[in-house]
Write a protein of this length. Structure first.
Length: 164
């Protein structure tokens, strides 16, 4: 299984549970899992992280295209499929227009094109004002989980100290 991470995974990790200063193991785990072909994200998410001009932007820049993949030929038809889905739902026109302009749209299309599982903190919501990633995933048949589900499935362990 390959996981595609939403921007909020990185941002909340840095700001809350896995800060660079006290939980470097999380970031090391992401790097190792990316090298193993298990975890990655997309260029548009990387652009959002880079806009922060902080430690997270520096971390993103050190990872490059190996972690934050650009769109490829398989993604382009998926963009059309995601756009068609979004416009055929009952969302307000402003919600659709916003969705089609942000990284979420590209993330969903990339996951659809490559059969990846999206990892996000977002939860489905019955609203017409914003297209949430999990709602798009449900509508398009894409797997979508929380970061904690991913960490458990992959048996990530962040253990203090050395071996006994």
């Amino acid at each position: 299984m390959t996981y595609l991470l939403d921007a909020n995974i990185f941002i909340q990790a840095k700001n809350l549970h896995y800060g660079f200063d006290f939980c470097p193991a999380f970031w090391d785990w992401l790097i190792a899992q990316n090298a193993a072909g298990v975890v990655s994200s997309i260029e548009k998410v990387g652009d959002e992280l880079e806009a922060g001009v902080d430690d997270l932007a520096n971390w993103k820049n050190a990872r490059g295209k190996a972690f934050f993949h650009p769109a490829d030929d398989a993604v382009l038809p998926a963009l059309t499929q995601v756009s068609t889905w979004a416009t055929n739902q009952n969302y307000e026109p402003a919600a659709v227009a916003t969705f089609l302009q942000v990284a979420d749209y590209w993330l969903v299309a990339h996951a659809l094109a490559h059969r990846h599982t999206i990892v996000t903190h977002e939860v489905p919501a019955e609203t017409v004002r914003k297209i949430k990633i999990p709602n798009a995933c449900i509508g398009l048949g894409i797997a979508c989980i929380t970061p904690y589900e991913m960490l458990r499935r992959e048996r990530a362990r962040f253990v203090l100290g050395g071996a006994p």
